[in-house]
Design a protein around this ligand. Structure first.
Ligand SMILES: [Fe+2]
Length: 500
């Protein structure tokens, strides 16, 4: 088996996905061209992934939805993912896998839950009812169970079900993508890598979307510090599909983790035309671009990217990723001593609505940054109180269980640091610092918590914490040498006589 899948091509030649979809699927009538590269009932069966529907249109719309998910790009000519899902439901209301991809995407993309979103709750119930009323394949039954389990908040069990699918069906892209997303939310970095390693050799060049698997694998390698192998794979993916925004994103992470500021900036600039139209990921790629500028100390340029590309996306869509990017960017700039003006006031109306959601701790802590930044004490208190209540909820919800041990101390530490109690903040952070990975996100995203801890240590007055800042900075410098941001922090510590 090849360890090196080549470009896939449904039509025998490589073309941008959006172009392929436009060429072969008439968005107005959903009339399928028989030469369509999108898979019909027979094509899915031939691929070993049969779908329980007799509607070729439903099969092709399922493929169109999956493709847009994998490419992080809504194809406007098709009405985007939402448009495809609406037409998919109309094509076959009893298509179980159509219900599974629809509910799963909504759960993953919005960071919402059955408890908060009645429409979503109904969608999950409909999926289960539809699946019980017919004879599905075992693979389809597992997909339905996994989405239902995920909707109930049991992320580890949901990922185990998707893994069960991949054992027998290694080219099931939906199982691969969903499991990868859940591993990301769980902070299961090794699993995120190994899950793809297990199935990677099966993705021969003729399997649709195979080049994107390189990018998915590359991200797992990067998050587990295999930077050279990750870079090789991401570059291979981009040589096949330059518009692969996820592989661009992995390259940005690699430059970030190596503190390759200039190379990172040049890479983002040179590749921008390829990824700026990937509407689901472009905002986050701009966030990575701004991270290089913060590292460099060019705060004005970082704020320009924030104002031009990051905040407008939050205000237009308000997705979980937009919330996280926006809050993290402003919080980092403030820690660097940058005045962000009244920018928190633009963010708060979006984040405030999610104060008592508590679906993902990773989202909670970023929403907390906004209420702290905007000095909205009432919302901050509401966040802490409702999170405490959620942590006591019975049941299998993984995030609620984690809230008690990790989420609450982290939130309380941020509140204490903002209130001018750095010693207390440090006392809360030090015992949980190696567990913060469990709230999910990437190493680059979670670095904001490392920085919060270092700043708390720099401001400590207690003698028992006098060497903590030095220790944290020495380990940071060892892990990521030549970081201008670390060098600035070391200079600050030296000036405060915390380092020799
Ligand atoms: Fe990222």
């Amino acid at each position: 088996m090849s360890e090196d899948p080549q470009p896939h091509s449904r039509s025998g030649r490589s073309a941008p996905v959006s172009l392929r979809l436009r060429l072969h699927l008439d968005p107005g009538t959903a009339t399928m061209n028989t030469s369509s590269p999108l898979r019909d009932c027979q094509a899915w069966k031939d691929a070993g992934l049969p779908l329980s529907t007799t509607s070729n249109e439903a099969c092709k719309l399922f493929d169109a939805t999956l493709t847009q998910y994998v490419t992080w790009t809504n194809d406007k000519s098709l009405g985007g993912i939402e448009g495809c899902l609406a037409r998919l439901r109309a094509a076959d209301p009893n298509f179980a896998m159509g219900h599974a991809i629809s509910a799963g995407l909504r759960l993953i993309g919005t960071g919402s839950s059955r408890q908060l979103d009645k429409e979503l709750d109904l969608a999950v119930k409909t999926m289960v009812d539809v699946s019980k009323a017919q004879a599905l394949t075992q693979r389809e039954q597992l997909h339905v169970s996994a989405v239902e389990t995920f909707a109930n908040g049991n992320f580890p069990k949901a990922s185990a079900l998707w893994e069960q699918i991949l054992q027998d069906h290694p080219t099931d892209m939906l199982a691969l993508k969903f499991s990868n997303s859940v591993y990301f939310h769980l902070g299961y970095q090794d699993q995120m890598r190994d899950s793809v390693a297990r199935i990677y050799p099966f993705w021969s060049p003729d399997v649709p979307l195979s080049s994107y698997v390189k990018g998915i694998y590359s991200f797992g390698l990067m998050e587990t510090n295999f930077y050279d192998r990750a870079e090789k794979l991401a570059k291979e993916a981009l040589s096949i599909t330059p518009t692969d925004a996820w592989s661009v994103h992995t390259m940005a992470h690699i430059h970030e983790m190596r503190a390759e500021v200039q190379q990172g900036l040049e890479f983002m600039q040179h590749s921008e035309a390829h990824w700026k139209d990937s509407d689901m990921l472009a905002g986050h790629n701009y966030w990575h671009w701004a991270l290089f500028l913060i590292e460099k100390g060019d705060y004005e340029a970082a704020l320009t990217i924030y104002d031009t590309h990051i905040l407008p996306r939050l205000q237009a869509s308000g997705t979980m990723l937009d919330v996280v990017d926006t809050c993290s960017m402003l919080y980092r700039l403030q820690m660097e001593g940058v005045s962000v003006g009244r920018r928190w006031q633009d963010v708060l109306p979006v984040t405030k609505k999610h104060t008592s959601d508590h679906v993902l701790l990773f989202k909670d802590v970023h929403c907390l940054m906004a209420s702290l930044g905007a000095r909205d004490a009432k919302t901050t208190q509401e966040m802490l109180t409702t999170l405490q209540e959620a942590s006591k909820s019975p049941g299998e919800n993984y995030q609620n269980l984690l809230a008690r041990d990790v989420g609450l101390p982290l939130c309380q530490a941020m509140v204490e640091a903002e209130a001018g109690n750095p010693d207390r903040a440090l006392e809360l952070l030090l015992p949980i610092r190696y567990r913060i990975v469990q709230i999910g996100g990437s190493n680059a995203q979670r670095d904001v918590f490392n920085q919060i801890m270092i700043h708390a240590a720099l401001n400590c007055t207690s003698s028992k914490h006098k060497n903590v800042a030095r220790s944290l900075l020495m380990e940071r410098d060892a892990l990521k040498p030549n970081s201008p941001l670390t060098e600035r922090l070391i200079r600050k510590a030296t000036a405060a006589h915390l380092m020799q």
